[in-house]
Design a protein around this ligand. Sequence first.
Ligand SMILES: Nc1ncnc2c1ncn2[C@@H]1O[C@H](COP(=O)(O)OP(=O)(O)OP(=O)(O)O)[C@@H](O)[C@H]1O
Ligand SMILES: [Mg+2]
Length: 314
Amino acid sequence: MLEIRNLNVILENINKRIYILRNISLTIDGGEILGLVGESGSGKTVLGKTVLGLTAFPIKKLSGDIIFEKTVIDEDNVHKFRGKKISMIFQNPTSCLNPVFTIKNQIIETIRNSNPDINASQAKRIAIELLKKVEIDHPDQRLDSYPHNLSGGMNQRVMIALALATNPEILIADEPTTALDVTVQSSIIDLLKNLNKNYNLSILFITHDLNLIINIADRVAVIYAGEILEIVSKEDLKIKRFKHPYTELLNRCIPTLEEKKDILTTIPGEITNNTEIYENRCIFYDRCPRKLEICKNKKPVFENNYKCFNPLNL
Ligand SMILES: Nc1ncnc2c1ncn2[C@@H]1O[C@H](COP(=O)(O)OP(=O)(O)OP(=O)(O)O)[C@@H](O)[C@H]1O
Ligand SMILES: [Mg+2]
């Protein structure tokens, strides 16, 4: 349904070329939940925003194609897709909603923007339907609330309702639960799963939490410093069989219940800037516990769903 082909995104206007995304190829199938997981700064948000043409200077798309159902999305036609066939939701719902307008105003405005022929009472009916769709109780009463009257979880439901107002086929959900309490997190995840199942909504679920995404996604793409290092299949996800050392490290970083809460396991080292030196070197070389001599002198190609000279679990 959505295909990203050889996408390169760079930081513009500096002497040294820094890739924010390098040679990214991904597909999202109809009705699929694709996870996109990686550390902070790996390029997840930029990827989502690039699909919708939402990036601005100094971030620049250098090359690559974004194809939605056989149509190439470019600068000229992206407005036909953004917030229509493809919607995006972000981490902090409360700051994305307008504090001075009621929920009703914000939903109705979105509905009428996409379809000006709809009159006020029809729009209100659709708004109520949307709130039902995101499993908000007593939707007719909730419509008169302002964002500050609602909890973070409730506001995220409203954001999802707004994203669904145009009947999108794909939802890009960028860390939709990170700002929420754990119990609220799981209710939002259940909602997204229900929307996926009941309405065949495809979802690109962006998160830094491999443990979370394992239970949600059909497949998971692992991104590091702007490169896809592995795409984990459904079968491998279930049994946590990872090929790339980075994915395995992300998996081990998940603190278990027995571990003390104040000790958060992290992967040693820092994420690197993806510059020209990595043209002939594995991007994960500096931090990799399984590196070989070849990894320093040659860039591994992405084959059989991973990009590594010394993979695990073959
Ligand atoms: N406007 C900008 N100007 C300069 N650098 C930017 C800009 N936006 C993003 N970057 C850089 O691009 C890289 C990818 O950023 P991005 O926000 O996509 O990461 P992320 O994976 O979403 O991280 P997080 O988990 O923290 O949200 C980072 O190195 C970031 O510093
Ligand atoms: Mg982000």
